[in-house]
Design a protein around this ligand. Structure first.
Ligand code: CA
Length: 242
């Protein structure tokens, strides 16, 4: 049995983006449906049940946030929000109304396809055997003095091995794989502890505290894992004290 192609709904009103995305995603073997405003996005989603939705935040008629809310009342289809640089608050609102991930304009096709494949893998209806993203998963994550070898499950800080329990390791891997991106508490809990975990963010905060004690030069004044007040955490790719 051949696997049917991935259908991507692109909700976007900028023609230059539409052209680039249609071309780029087709090259990746995906089929692209276009909606040029928020209402059309909902209509096309209802008619065609795409596998994933790429949703621009600034759309005519109905904003990306409203489209996302509306779809989430009925469906868990993976949604990737497309946001403009500097609209961090919108991004977080998008994640809180149920988007799975986001990309910031301008983004590369490589980043976009990697994110699409990642949400498809995590999607409960997704095909478990989705191909690994082009470029593959980084096995060695290096930021500042911190090196995480994901294949061997080893953390080194300033070249000294530091033992890490599994959940702390997974948490650090998630944060280091998304440098400079705000990760909301719910999003982190969902990915590290799983969607059925009772969203206990206290557990997360304790794990962050333990991680900081292991990787931060001064855990009381963290420079790698910073707190984004009221929202979540962010891993800084250029920690202040380096
Ligand atoms: Ca737009």
């Amino acid at each position: 049995m051949t696997k049917s192609e991935t259908i991507v709904l692109v909700a976007e009103d900028e023609e230059s983006f539409i052209d680039a995305l249609t071309l780029g995603l087709a090259k990746e073997g995906m089929r692209v449906l276009i909606a040029r405003d928020g209402r059309e996005a909902i209509d096309v989603w209802k008619e065609s049940s795409p596998d994933v939705i790429l949703l621009d935040l600034m759309l005519p008629k109905l904003s990306g946030i409203d489209v996302c809310k509306e779809i989430r009342t009925q469906s868990q289809v993976p949604i990737i929000m497309v946001t403009a640089r500097g609209s961090e608050v919108d991004t977080v609102v998008g994640l809180e109304v149920g988007a799975d991930d986001y990309v910031v304009k301008p983004f590369s096709m490589r980043e976009l396809t990697a994110r699409i494949r990642a949400v498809l893998r995590r999607s409960p209806n997704g095909e478990g055997e989705a191909k690994p993203p082009t470029g593959g998963k980084a096995e060695m994550l290096r930021i500042g003095a911190i090196t995480l070898d994901t294949a061997r499950h080893e953390l080194r800080v300033s070249d000294k091995p530091v033992p890490l329990p599994l959940k702390e390791f997974e948490l650090l891997e998630l944060l280091m794989s998304n440098p400079n991106r705000v990760m909301t508490r719910d999003m982190i809990v969902d990915r590290v502890w799983g969607p059925f975990h009772t969203s206990d963010t206290k557990t997360l905060d304790v794990h962050v505290k333990r991680l900081r004690s292991k990787i931060e030069p001064d855990p009381a004044r963290p420079t790698y894992i910073t707190t984004v007040r009221g929202l979540g955490y962010r891993f800084e790719s250029r920690p202040a004290t380096q």
